[in-house]
Design a protein around this ligand. Sequence first.
Ligand code: ATP
Ligand code: MG
Ligand code: MG
Ligand code: MG
Length: 470
Amino acid sequence: MTSTNDIRRSFLDYFAGTGHHIEPSAPLVPYNDPTLMFVNAGMVPFKNVFTGLEKRPYSTAASSQKCVRAGGKHNDLDNVGFTARHHTFFEMLGNFSFGDYFKEQAIHHAWTLVTKTWGLAPERLTVTVYHTDDEAFALWKKIAGLPDERIIRIATSDNFWSMGDTGPCGPCSEIFYDHGDHIWGGPPGSPEEDGDRFVEIWNLVFMQYDQRGPGDRVDLPRPSIDTGMGLERVAAVLQGVHDNYDTDTFKALIAASVDLTGVPAEGATQASHRVIADHLRASSFLVADGVLPSNEGRGYVLRRIMRRAMRHAHLLGAKDPLMYRLLPSLTAEMGAAYPELIRAQPLIAETLEREETKFRQTLDKGLRLLDEATVGMSAGATLPGDVAFKLYDTFGFPYDLTEDALRTQDIAVDREGFDAAMAQQKAAARAAWKGSGQKASEEIWFDLAETNGSTEFTGYGATAGEGQII
Ligand code: ATP
Ligand code: MG
Ligand code: MG
Ligand code: MG
């Protein structure tokens, strides 16, 4: 079996061998983009190179970039544990051309690596192109010899990438692997496309236009290439399994979680072990890159991820903090590729243990309150927003943890009611301060707190204005 570490290596070796500069992963906290919560694609560290703001001594590059998609435009948090292919933290393999090669070379590299170097059966592969991109359609035919019906034209924004309202943009082409008809799902563009049978493994973006304003799009003088392939997804394919959570890395983490809890990963408990394994990676890598749990911004997203995993550990019956005890398995799997994990190991362990100890003090009481509040509710019901708010405010349950806890019973949460309760509490706090006789300075303080986002809820990624990434 080819290990995930070997696959990462062979991807980078292929591109080094074809003249690409190999760039190490940038940290998860973007240094060049204050609008972005976390790096969520391989191209993010190269944004300014694509726009021409920054020059590098090379015109082609490849990387394996750490990514987190747990907030903002790309939020895969709710998918974790429930689809075979989504993580909050994952590695994106990518090759990039900054005004160097374009469509033909990009398709050639992708096809060669996937079918020659890695030996995937071409019959298993289907690609998409943007509906007007006749050039890409013809190149897939020529280079890959794919029949017309396996080059699917897609008219939606899934196949048109842009960096934002202005800037570089262009059509893209995605490669899908067919895991076989024993799994539910259909090819891209079909009514069953959301199933797990056809899994998107690689996205090739052809940056060929510059959007200068609404309706004002011109050709880029030197078009560029940006690609992204999920390492965990391609590892599943190359290891002959359908599910990312059955690959070597995840198997090791889940085995450690099974071992320490004494609960097998089957049926209802499988999702819990998966969530724990996934969130362990996200939490550990975020701490290694300098994020600490808090009630605002990035730290709040981290806290949500950690507490969600900790709720699942509790669900499995763990009597003591669990997450920090899984860390040695993670460093054994990934420490060689990411030495920052080993460097930060004591800090990560301490942060995980402290957070879990603190959270466990109120978790039981909160879950009891939740049980009482849902007595008599059946599938399709909605938990009132003020209950979700009390859980948040008194017991430290992030909103989506409450949502996650009710998911298996198919009970929704009244988000509007929750927001209203939150707004009311803020207003009450403000009014109370106003009564203290020092209006001017306190009002300034509240305004500052709000504009700087240092209120409890700025962590909610929905408001983080992330740019569009492949
Ligand atoms: P999907 O449609 O499956 O959600 P995507 O179109 O959002 O994927 P892209 O933004 O095109 O994904 O990212 C490039 C590649 O990164 C994808 O082709 C996939 O292999 C991988 N990828 C994206 N999101 C995730 C995730 N949450 N977990 C693991 N791999 C991912
Ligand atoms: Mg997605
Ligand atoms: Mg997609
Ligand atoms: Mg895609």
